[in-house]
Ligand binder design. Structure first.
Ligand code: DC
Length: 274
């Protein structure tokens, strides 16, 4: 992945003074920031913080695949039954809402499926264990991709109450919003990602041995990257950030810096745009 990182991650020269996060909403067209990367790379933490800084909507697309997976488990639909899971994905009404006062699950969205709040359920280990298989089904991807693209186009086109949208997932830069002017691919070593996930689970009172978390991540990486449809990979024009040795604030600042460069330096200018 390092072949995409032609520019230093500190963003090089500081952005022009006029280029503040407050200007970015107006300057980016469409106003879409795509953040992709493997499980545990920090997409949700970073994406949420960046969305807050820019007053953009934060949209965690993985929560939709998780919602379908949880509802299948809850309704006793066999995960192997591709047809039934596809029908569920088409029929299910999933809302990914901004958190209101302490309501979220620590991953920054409230999730409602067919009127039932399932924010906590979609983060359970049984969902972790099955969601990669569910998200590899063509019918599931078709149903959810279309909804995601619609949200992206509406918010990215300034036709909603927010100035833009930060979309977080696996295929946002490659498939869902290929015209996004800012694409970031967050990466980190699998050991570091497992450590983060292990701590995140512990913070929610779930003591899962590190070795188990690591094995589950390796398995999910294999399915997410190896599937035929929209496999996890960095878009050609994505900036790759390896966050293994970076603190959250450092990553957020690096991402905001990159966004400012794209939004405020004219293409073909001193930096050559992206
Ligand atoms: O980001 P996450 O771990 O919550 O995502 C859950 C699963 O959903 C992940 O294993 C792959 C899938 N996914 C996807 O295929 N495409 C997306 N845009 C987002 C998630």
């Amino acid at each position: 992945m390092s072949n995409h990182s032609a520019t230093p991650m500190d963003g090089g020269a500081p952005a022009p003074a006029r280029c503040t996060p407050a200007d970015v909403g107006q300057a980016l067209t469409p106003s879409v920031i795509a953040i992709d990367g493997p499980a545990g790379s920090g997409k949700s933490t970073i994406g949420f913080a960046v969305a807050q800084a820019l007053d953009y909507l934060y949209f965690d697309t993985g929560a939709m695949y998780r919602a379908v997976t949880w509802m299948a488990l809850a309704r006793g639909i066999a995960i192997e039954d591709e047809q039934a899971i596809g029908a569920l994905a088409r029929a299910l009404h999933v809302d990914i809402l901004p958190p209101t006062g302490g309501q979220a699950d620590g991953r920054n969205s409230v999730v409602v499926a067919d009127g039932e709040e399932i924010t906590e359920q979609i983060r359970r280990p049984e969902v972790d264990g099955q969601v990669s298989a569910v998200s590899a089904y063509a019918a599931v991807r078709a149903a959810l991709s279309e909804q995601q693209r619609r949200v992206g186009l509406r918010y990215g086109g300034g036709r909603a109450e927010k100035r833009g949208v930060v979309m977080v997932g696996r295929d946002i830069g490659t498939v869902i919003m290929p015209d996004a002017p800012v694409k970031i691919y967050l990466d980190a070593s699998v050991e570091q990602r497992a450590l983060r996930r292990h701590r995140e689970l512990a913070a929610r009172g779930k003591q899962v041995p590190y070795a188990e978390v690591l094995a589950a991540l390796i398995r999910r990486d294999r399915i997410d990257s190896g599937r035929t449809l929209s496999p996890l990979r960095a878009a050609e024009d994505a900036r790759v950030l390896d966050t293994s040795a970076m603190a959250v604030d450092e990553v957020v600042n690096a991402v905001l810096r990159l966004i400012e460069q794209v939004a405020c330096v004219p293409k073909g200018g001193a930096d050559g745009g992206w």
